[in-house]
Design a binder for this molecule. Structure first.
Ligand code: NG6
Ligand code: CA
Length: 518
C-alpha cells in the first residue's frame, strides 16, 4: 500500500492530463478519415512506461511524445507481447506468440526467424496497396538457417523477403556486431578490400586482410567510452565492448552518436518520397537500448546520464517524424503509434551512469522507469510488457485516455479489419481484432491476454496469473513461483493470492494452458 500511495502522482499525472487534454483547435475544416491512412509505428527499444512525461516521467522531458499523446489516445494498459525485443517484434509483425516459434533474443549471425511464407504486417499492408518500410533496429535474424550470412554479399533473406519494400537497418542490436548499416541486402559503405567477418570467437574472425578490433576479454582498456559491467567483452568497436566478434568493415562502421540522426534522416527521406501513396513505416529506434551514447547535443539534458539523455534524443526523433508528416500535409490521415518493445532496463551491461538506487524499487536517481508497475525488461511482472502506448489519427479519433487492455500482437487482426482484409485462418493465429479499442471506441479492449518473458502469465481483466518459471537472465534472478495478483487492488504485484483463491488460480492456469495449446 505504501508503495502505491508513494507513487500515486503518476496516476494523478495521467488524470491531470485527461482533464486538460482538449482536442486540438480546428482551423481548417475536418479532413475525412481515409480508408488507407498511412501508418507509422515509432517503436522504442527498452523504453519504460514511466520514461514518458505523459505517463509520469518528471525527470526526462519528452515534449514531442507528450504532444503526440495530447493529440491521440494514451493507453494505460497497453502492452508489447513480451519482455524482450526479438519475441515482441516477432509477435507484432506476425500476430503469433513468440513462444510458438521459440523466438528468443537473437545472437549475431542468427538466421531470419520469421518464415518467409508467413503473413506479416507489411505483407498485409501491401495487399492493400501500401508501400512498406522498416528503418532502424531489426534483431529478427538475417539469412538462412544453417548458413552464416555473407556480410560481404547479399545478406538475405531479411525484411525484403517478409514484406518490406525498403529497409535501412542496424542488423541486430547496437550492442551486437556487426556495427554497420544494412541497406536492403547490402552493408552500406563496405570496402571490399576490408571484408567483414562475424563470429562467436576471436578465432572465427581473425582473417588476414580485414581490420582487427581489440578483444575486450584481454583488452579492457580498449573500452574507452565506458566499461562493460557484464558480458559485452567480445570485439571492442568504437571504444565499446560488444556481444560477438567482428573484423573488417572499418569504413562501414556506424558512429554511435549518429545512429539516431541517421535513422531520422532516412525516415524523413522515406516520408517525402512516399507522400503521395499510402505507406506503412516501421521506425524501430535503437534508443534507449545499450550502449547509450546520444549525440552531444542531447548529453546532459537530464540528470540521469546517458539513459535519460538517450530518451531526450528519442523524443526529438519522434518530433522530427511528426514534423515531416506535417510538412507533407499528412498529419490528419496518418496513424502514428508510439510504443516500446519491452520494459525498462538500467544497467544492461555497461557502466553508463544509469544507477539502480534500490533493486526492489528499480529507480534511477529517483526516476522510476516502469512507473508503479513492478519489474521491467526480462521480467514477467507488468513492468516487463506494460509500456507507453499512444495512437494518434486526427482524422478519426478523439484525443484522450483509455484504460482498455490492448496488445501489439493484435495489430495484425486490427489492421486487417481496418483495411477490410480477411485473415486466413492459419495466419496471425494469436492476433485478435481490437480495432475499436485502438480507435478509442471500446473502453474495455481485451478480456484476457498472455504476457511472455522466460515464463508466461495470463491477464484476465484485472487479474494476473503467473506460471512458475526459472528466469535465465539477468543472472541470479530467483525462480518465479506460481502467483495470482489482483491488479485492481495491488497494481504493483506485491501480494500473491494464489493460496487465497485456489479456484481462480486453477481456472486462470487452465486458460493459459489452453492458449499455449493454440
Ligand atoms: C542480453 C544482453 C543485453 C541485451 C539483451 C537484448 C548480455 C550480458 N546482455 O543478452 O545487454 O543486449 O540481450 O536486449 O549480453 S533486447 O532489447 O534486444 O531484447
Ligand atoms: Ca528491447
Amino acid at each position: 500500500v505504501f508503495r502505491i500511495v508513494l507513487l500515486s502522482p503518476l496516476l494523478l499525472g495521467l488524470a491531470v492530463f485527461a482533464g486538460s487534454s482538449k482536442p486540438p483547435a480546428k482551423s481548417a475544416k475536418p479532413v475525412a478519415a481515409s480508408a488507407t491512412p498511412n501508418v507509422v509505428i515509432i517503436y522504442g527499444d527498452d523504453v519504460g512506461f514511466g520514461d514518458v512525461g505523459v505517463y509520469g516521467s518528471k525527470l526526462i522531458p519528452t515534449p514531442n511524445i507528450d504532444r503526440l499523446a495530447a493529440q491521440g489516445i494514451s493507453f494505460s494498459d497497453g502492452h508489447c507481447s513480451a519482455a524482450t525485443c526479438t519475441p515482441s517484434r516477432f509477435s507484432m509483425l506476425t500476430g503469433i506468440h513468440a513462444f510458438r516459434y521459440n523466438a528468443r533474443i537473437l545472437p549475431p549471425n542468427a538466421p531470419l526467424i520469421i518464415p518467409t511464407d508467413k503473413l506479416t504486417l507489411p505483407k498485409l499492408f501491401k495487399q492493400a496497396g501500401y508501400q512498406t518500410a522498416v528503418i532502424g533496429k531489426w534483431h529478427l535474424g538475417l539469412g538462412v538457417t544453417g548458413e552464416l550470412p555473407d556480410w560481404n554479399g547479399d545478406v538475405k533473406p531479411g525484411p525484403l523477403e517478409i514484406g518490406f519494400d525498403y529497409s535501412y537497418l542496424l542488423p541486430n542490436t547496437n550492442d551486437r556486431v556487426p556495427c554497420v548499416y544494412l541497406a536492403g541486402h547490402r552493408v552500406v559503405n563496405l570496402d571490399p578490400a576490408d571484408p567483414i567477418y562475424v563470429g562467436k570467437t576471436l578465432a572465427d574472425v581473425q582473417k588476414p586482410g580485414s581490420t582487427q578490433y581489440p578483444d575486450g576479454k584481454t583488452n579492457r582498456e580498449a573500452m574507452t567510452v565506458y566499461q562493460s559491467t557484464h558480458g559485452h567483452d567480445d570485439s571492442v568497436v568504437n571504444g565499446i565492448g560488444r556481444i560477438g566478434y567482428m573484423s573488417g568493415g572499418k569504413a562501414a562502421l556506424w558512429q554511435e552518436d549518429e545512429l539516431t540522426d541517421v535513422f531520422v534522416g532516412k525516415a524523413k527521406e522515406y516520408i517525402a518520397a512516399h507522400k503521395d501513396e499510402p505507406f506503412f513505416l516501421y521506425f524501430a529506434s535503437q534508443d534507449i537500448h545499450v550502449p547509450r551514447y546520444p549525440h552531444k547535443r542531447f548529453r546532459g539534458k537530464t540528470k540521469l546520464g546517458h539513459r535519460g539523455d538517450a530518451m531526450v534524443a528519442f523524443d526529438w526523433a519522434t518530433g522530427e517524424i511528426m514534423k515531416a508528416l506535417e510538412k507533407h500535409g499528412l498529419t490528419q490521415n496518418t496513424i502514428v503509434i508510439f510504443s516500446s518493445d519491452n520494459g525498462p532496463a538500467y544497467d544492461d551491461g555497461y557502466d553508463d551512469g544509469s544507477v539502480v538506487e534500490c533493486s526492489q524499487e528499480e529507480s534511477d536517481h529517483g526516476h522510476d522507469a516502469s512507473g508503479i508497475w513492478r519489474g521491467g525488461k526480462y521480467q514477467i511482472y507488468e513492468g516487463g510488457t506494460r509500456v507507453p502506448f499512444i495512437l494518434r489519427w486526427p482524422a478519426r479519433i478523439k484525443p484522450g485516455l483509455s484504460d482498455a487492455m490492448v496488445n501489439q500482437i493484435d495489430f495484425m487482426a486490427s489492421f486487417a479489419a481496418l483495411l477490410d482484409i480477411e485473415l486466413p485462418a492459419d495466419e496471425a493465429v494469436d492476433s485478435r481484432d481490437t480495432l475499436d479499442a485502438f480507435l478509442g471506441d471500446d473502453p474495455i479492449g481485451l478480456e484476457f491476454m498472455v504476457e511472455e518473458s522466460f515464463g508466461l502469465a495470463l491477464r484476465h481483466n484485472d487479474w494476473k496469473f503467473i506460471e512458475p518459471s526459472k528466469p535465465k537472465w539477468p543472472k541470479g534472478r530467483l525462480p518465479i513461483a506460481m502467483a495470482l495478483h489482483d491488479l485492481g487492488d495491488d497494481p504493483s504485484e506485491q501480494v500473491n493470492l494464489a493460496q487465497v483463491h485456489p479456484e481462480k488460480t486453477a481456472k486462470m492456469n487452465a486458460m493459459l494452458q489452453n492458449v499455449k495449446k493454440g
